[in-house]
Design a protein around this ligand. Structure first.
Ligand code: AMP
Length: 481
């Protein structure tokens, strides 16, 4: 072979790090890792345009671990383990995901890693912080709570990572992030990652990065190359259900998420697809916590083929090998299109994003998506039977559950800051996270306790653990570009 691929040995990373990734089954670096690892190792600031699923966590975490290793101490004294690298993430799910990865990458080193996020008891986190950790992963609000309680001190942080910065801004974290940055030393390396680029993101980058190197694995606001995107025009909304069933069957998708803009639409479609003989379930904000947990778990276990979801419900869902997403409705915001289809084609695996459109309203939404992603879609006509013949659409105002699902931006946010600390936050136009869905899949301790009481579950586990997904399935899909 003339063109031998780069390996993790080629970066000059410390041996315990290379050993850890080899044990994880990583054979060769992904494109973002190829670009980011040498730059981060050199100590430069980075602005990374990379979506989740590209391998960006290892892209920043491996060189950070390498840089911290000379400072690592095997002493048991907490004072010997100050926070040196801080990684901020918008949701508890992402924070925990980063934590699980970093812990694995640093397993053969004496470096300590901890994670703190809102929505769970602070005490175990406080104990972990008091024992000392060189690498701290956190959601901003909860971190500030710990700082206020003096459980940790950030004055020795020399590397800062801001992950999914666009979502952080969407969620109104800017004031919290600024407060945190003010606590860090001036002489530090800063890295920022974002899937989409807006002027606000650019401004944030300018304010805290020092001559950053721009690392891009996909075009700005563009979508992963490995996702095949197709748009189908059907005759009317009544033809969409048959179109979804046809797409799932024609492609023999093992699993698919179908996006609906409304809660009622999601519920109805799931019921109809069940009637069509597909194994379907809906997940949206009107479902009880128990129902949501069960549906998510069933989907993760592969017991459900078609998960019909609203945008809010789907945020934070990280299903490693999802082969396809279908847009039953096009999203109202083009950024949501990018987030939706980012559910598939993760970590280099190929994926499909199929969208259904009908009238001129959809044409406008499609034009917005084309503008944002800077690509023109070829629209294919799709002939299917209408599933509700003679169904007349009623001329009336939509009921509440027929409106696009929104949650109040600051209420019950994933990151549990006292409300006073949030009052001055700017209010950008995007919908907020549904705190429930931004959490890991595992049932909370309370939910488990309830289940144990009602005899549904035999074992109670801590709320913060999430099962590790198999890595090998992601291998082989990587294309070197
Ligand atoms: P990320 O984009 O960091 O969330 O990574 C997505 C998934 O890809 C995670 O499950 C990682 O464990 C996995 N991954 C990251 N880098 C590699 C690699 N070089 N080879 C194989 N899997 C990887």
């Amino acid at each position: 072979m003339s063109d031998s691929p780069l390996t993790f040995n080629d970066f000059g990373l410390a041996e315990p790090i290379v050993r850890a990734v080899t044990e994880l089954g990583y054979r060769e670096p992904t494109p973002i890792q190829e670009q980011a690892i040498p730059v981060v190792m050199s100590g430069k600031d980075v602005m990374g345009a990379a979506q989740t699923g590209t391998g960006k966590t290892a892209g920043f975490a491996l060189p950070i671990i390498h840089r911290l290793l000379p400072l690592a101490s095997s002493s048991t004294s907490p004072a010997r383990h100050p926070v040196r690298a801080l990684m901020l993430a918008p949701t508890r799910e992402l924070a925990d995901q980063i934590y699980q990865n970093v812990k694995e990458y640093a397993r053969h080193t004496p470096l300590r890693t901890a994670v703190v996020f809102g929505g769970v008891d602070m005490k175990p986190q406080t104990m972990a912080l008091r024992q000392g950790c060189e690498i701290l992963i956190a959601t901003p609000g909860r971190l500030l709570d710990h700082v206020e309680q003096k459980s940790t001190n950030l004055s020795q942080v020399q590397i800062l990572v801001l992950d999914e910065a666009d979502r952080m801004l969407d969620m109104g974290f800017l004031p919290d992030i600024q407060r945190i940055i003010n606590m860090l030393g001036k002489d530090r390396q800063s890295l920022m990652f974002s899937a989409t680029f807006s002027n606000e993101i650019r401004k944030l980058a300018e304010s805290f990065l020092d001559s950053p190197l721009l690392i891009e694995v996909a075009r700005r606001n563009a979508l992963a190359e490995n996702i095949t995107q197709t748009v189908y025009r059907v005759a009317s909304p009544e033809h969409k259900r048959a179109a979804v069933a046809k797409l799932v069957r024609d492609h023999s998708f093992a699993q698919v998420i179908v996006f609906s803009n409304t809660k009622i639409g999601a519920g109805r479609l799931a019921r109809q697809l069940e009637v069509d003989g597909l194994n379907a379930a809906a997940i949206h904000g009107d479902k009880s916590q128990q129902e949501r947990l069960k549906t998510l778990e069933d989907f993760k276990q592969g017991l459900i083929t078609v998960l019909v979801a609203t945008d809010v419900a789907a945020r934070g869902l990280d299903i490693a090998e999802l082969p396809a997403v279908i847009n039953y409705d096009l999203p109202y915001s083009p950024e949501d299109y990018v987030h939706r289809i980012g559910r598939t084609g993760r970590a280099g695996a190929s994926g499909m994003a199929l969208s259904l459109i009908t009238g001129s309203n959809d044409d406008r939404l499609l034009a917005d998506i084309e503008k944002l992603t800077k690509r023109k879609f070829a629209v294919e006509d799709m002939a299917v039977e209408a599933t509700l013949p003679g169904h007349r659409r009623e001329a009336r105002a939509p009921r509440d559950d027929e409106r696009p699902e929104r949650v109040e931006r600051y209420r019950d946010r994933d990151d549990s800051r006292p409300s006073r600390a949030r009052s001055s936050s700017p209010m950008p136009a995007r919908p907020a996270e549904d705190p429930f869905f931004s959490r890991p899949y595992e049932p909370s301790t309370e939910a488990l306790a309830e289940q144990v009481e009602s005899g549904q579950s035999k074992t109670a586990q801590p709320a913060v653990r999430r099962s590790t997904r198999p890595v090998p399935a992601l291998l082989g899909g990587f294309k070197r570009t």
